[in-house]
Structures are given as structure tokens and as C-alpha cells.
Design a protein around this ligand. Structure first.
Ligand SMILES: Cc1cc2nc3c(=O)[nH]c(=O)nc-3n(C[C@H](O)[C@H](O)[C@H](O)COP(=O)(O)OP(=O)(O)OC[C@H]3O[C@@H](n4cnc5c(N)ncnc54)[C@H](O)[C@@H]3O)c2cc1C
Length: 405
């Protein structure tokens, strides 16, 4: 069986790894000219995703590259007082094995773990897929594949080819997010934020990274009309929204103006009911992004990639059997992630000053409580955050997974 995977970030290399383990030939095509080292942002791996990565043999590499964020300082808009949140304790209360890592570091680890077994083609993309499985590429010659997997993110090209324009199945969750890579090391383990009504700005570094990341989250009253590639307008919007927040925000905005590694997007949720059609399946953000930065989507992508490969391997490549089984196996996790993301998009950046005060002081307080008391309170306050810990990874003999304990 020959499979082509579009996208070499997280879901792509993970699904490629497991398909290869099942004896399936895999080609991964990535639109970037090389593995993306554009900076990226911190992402979360909860216990089920760490289980999958452990079985891939990359758990230690992932732990070695963890960002090491231990403390978050929140200064409320209009106040000089700072509240310190013990992030290590907060995440420790939620998950025994949680790791925060820069997405680009994770991609690199996954690529290194698969590049000898899988054919990677960079600087190319799929432009057409016909009913007989003939796939046309922008640069390289057409080839026939038994299955096509879209692992190409929230704005997936494969999804657009097969399911049509994004507007039909995406839902704005009320916010926008921007991240920029800016020069200068930051004190290790520290994230500093300024939180106002409907807006939050912050800066953090990673333990082993020479650069820092500035991030901006905001909730305008209505959806904005801003082009996906209109960087000038996007940066101007940040100035308009955050420019009055006082030090150190104006300096950060100047750095963002100079940054070439800049990301801006609406916090959007995909609401497709199905992630496959014919020989094509979607995995990770391409199929079921619950919302960037608010839904634990990296863990969902890792678990989804393992599940898709497992079902394909168990069905010996019969996509008509494997894809419905994959969708059934992932449905509950996806739907709960959507609910979780919808709640988090609202809670993360409160709409009132009172809400800002309650979030900052409440979280700080709860992390100071003994773990046995703090844990249920944190879980309660963050909706279904226990969700990411409660997912059971299916074990697929055809992937060489160990039998259930
Ligand atoms: C600003 C921001 C903050 C985030 N914060 C968090 C967080 O705190 N916690 C968390 O868990 N998750 C977070 N996420 C989400 C996380 O990055 C994604 O869930 C995760 O990277 C999904 O992996 P993926 O492989 O499905 O897609 P992506 O990582 O988006 O990768 C898609 C890949 O496909 C490639 N590609 C795109 N189009 C094409 C094409 N047409 N042809 C070929 N290749 C293509 C891209 O270059 C990329 O390499 C955040 C996302 C953003 C944007």
C-alpha cells in the first residue's frame, strides 16, 4: 500500500511513523522549502499523547526540549501589583506527564525519528486528487496512491480540495491570536503577561532557545475583516488593540514590527462531522482543530494520527473499513475538545475587569493550595481539562502496540 501525507509538522510525521511500522510505504509532502524553523509557539502534550510518543521512542528527546515554563507573572491592566502563578504546580495538578514544548522543536524531533523510513518531499503541495488515486503535485510528477492523508493544519489544502471552502465548516470562537519571535533571551522558566478586559499580551522564552516569543490574545466585539496574508494590517491591529497598555507593551510591539516570524489568525474551530471522503482522510488540525491555543489540539493531533494509522493497519489498507472506524474512535474526544475550546476561548481572556481580577487571583490562590485540594478546584475552573488526561489510547496489534494491561 502507498500513502501520501500532506504536512510535516506534528500529525504528519506521527501518522507516517506508525504507517511505516505497519509496513506501509509513505511519502510526506510539505509546502515549506525545509522543515519549518519559523519560531512557532509552545504546545501541550498530555499523558495520552506522551504515551504515543513513548511508543515511538521519542519521549526522552521531547522531555529534553521542554520549554521549562515554571512561573507566570500576571500584571492586571491599570495596576502595578503582580500575581505569580506556579505553572509547574498548576500543570502538575492536571497531568502527571504534561510537557510543554515549542511546536518547531517537536516537529524536528518527529522528523528526525522518521526521515530514514519515510520519503519527505519539501517545497511542494498536492493540487489535485482524482477518483482513481492519481495525485497531482505543484512541482513533482503525478503519482498514484492508495490513500491520501491531509495533515496540513487548520487551513488544510487537502481539505479544501475534497470538502470545499473553509467558510462552510469553521466557526469563529470570538478571539484572535498573534505570536512573534523576537530577539533576546528571557529569564528561564518565566512567562510575563499583562491582562486586561478582552486582551492579554505576554512574553516567554524556552530553556534552550536564544529567542523569545511575544503573544497577543484579544476578543474584539465582532469578527474582523483582515486578510490572511495582510501582515501590515495585522500588526497595525495589534498596535490599535494593545498600544495603550503601558510598559513593556509598546517596546514589544516595536519588536513585533521588526519580526519576520509572525503569526496571526482568528481563533477558529472546525465543525466538520466527518474527516474522510473516498480514499482521503484528514488528521490533526486539518480535520478537527478545536481552536488554536485553546483546545489541546496538539495532543488531539498526536492521538488522532496514531488512531488513523492503527485503523488503516488493522483493516490492511482498506480505507472503506478503516476510515469509519477512525472517525468512530475519535468522535467523542473531538466533540469534547470542541466544547472545551469554546469555554477556554471565553475564560482565558475575561471580558470585564472583575473577571480579570478573579482569573488572576483565583488561579494564583488555587495553585498555593495542597495538591489534593487544588487539583479538583483547577479541574472545576477550567471546564473539562481532565479530558486530555482521560483519553484511552487504543492498542493496535498491527502497529506492534503492547496488549492492554
Ligand atoms: C499561535 C498558536 C498557539 C498555539 N498554542 C497551542 C497550545 O498552547 N497548546 C496546544 O496544544 N496547541 C496549540 N496550538 C495548536 C498546535 O500548533 C496545533 O494543534 C498542532 O501544531 C497541530 O499539528 P498539525 O500537524 O495537525 O498541524 P500544523 O502544526 O498546523 O502543521 C501543518 C503542516 O502542514 C503544512 N502545510 C500547510 N498547508 C500545506 C499544503 N497545502 N501542502 C503541504 N503542506 C502544507 C504546514 O507548513 C505545516 O508544516 C497553537 C497554535 C497556534 C497557531
Amino acid at each position: 500500500m502507498d500513502v501520501v501525507v500532506s504536512g510535516a509538522s506534528v500529525a504528519g510525521p506521527v501518522v507516517a511513523h506508525w504507517l511505516h511500522r505497519a509496513g506501509i510505504e509513505v511519502t510526506v509532502v510539505e509546502q515549506s522549502p525545509r522543515l519549518r524553523r519559523t519560531g512557532g509557539h509552545a504546545v501541550d502534550l498530555f499523558t495520552p499523547a506522551m504515551d504515543v510518543l513513548e511508543r515511538m521512542g521519542v519521549q526522552d528527546a521531547v522531555r529534553d526540549r521542554a520549554t521549562g515554563t515554571e512561573r507566570m507573572i500576571i500584571r492586571r491592566e491599570g495596576s502595578d501589583r503582580e500575581v505569580t502563578i506556579d505553572m509547574a504546580r498548576l500543570m502538575g495538578a492536571l497531568s502527571d506527564r504534561h510537557v510543554e514544548i515549542m511546536r518547531d522543536d517537536l516537529s524536528e524531533i518527529l522528523y528526525d525519528a522518521t526521515r530514514h523510513d519515510v520519503e519527505y518531499v519539501f517545497d511542494d503541495r498536492i493540487t489535485a486528487i482524482d477518483d482513481d488515486g492519481v495525485v497531482t503535485f505543484e512541482r513533482t510528477p503525478s503519482r498514484r496512491f492508495d490513500a491520501v492523508i491531509g495533515a496540513d493544519g487548520l487551513h488544510s489544502g487537502v481539505r479544501r480540495l475534497v470538502f470545499g471552502p473553509e467558510a462552510g465548516y469553521s466557526r469563529w470562537l470570538g478571539g484572535y491570536i498573534a505570536v512573534a519571535t523576537i530577539p533576546g533571551e528571557r529569564p528561564p522558566g518565566l512567562m510575563t503577561t499583562v491582562l486586561g478586559a478582552n486582551r492579554m499580551v505576554g512574553i516567554y522564552g524556552a530553556r534552550h532557545s536564544p529567542d523569545a516569543r511575544a503573544f497577543f490574545l484579544f476578543r474584539p466585539p465582532a469578527e474582523l475583516d483582515v486578510g490572511h496574508h495582510d501582515l501590515a494590517r495585522q500588526k497595525q491591529l495589534l498596535h490599535e488593540t494593545f498600544g495603550d497598555l503601558g510598559d513593556p507593551v509598546p517596546g514589544l510591539l516595536d519588536e513585533v514590527d521588526r519580526s519576520s516570524a509572525f503569526y496571526f489568525d482568528a481563533i477558529t474551530q472546525l465543525v466538520l462531522d466527518t474527516w474522510s471522503r473516498g480514499r482521503v482522510a484528514l488528521v490533526g488540525d486539518a480535520g478537527y482543530c478545536p481552536g488554536p491555543a485553546v483546545g489541546g489540539s496538539t495532543s488531539l493531533a498526536v492521538v488522532g494520527a496514531h488512531t488513523l494509522a492503527g485503523e488503516l493497519a488493522e483493516a490492511r489498507g482498506d480505507t472503506a473499513t478503516a476510515y469509519p472506524a477512525y472517525e468512530a474512535a475519535m468522535a467523542d474526544y473531538v466533540h469534547r475538545s470542541r466544547d472545551f475550546a469554546t469555554t477556554m476561548a471565553r475564560k482565558l481572556v475575561p471580558g470585564t475587569r472583575a473577571g480579570v481580577w478573579a482569573l488572576a487571583t483565583g488561579t494564583a490562590l488555587v495553585t498555593r493550595l495542597p495538591r489534593a485540594v487544588g487539583r479538583p478546584l483547577i479541574a472545576l475552573g477550567s471546564g473539562d481539562l481532565g479530558l486530555h488526561e482521560s483519553i484511552e489510547i487504543r492498542r493496535y496489534p498491527a502497529l506492534g502496540d503492547p496488549p492492554p494491561e
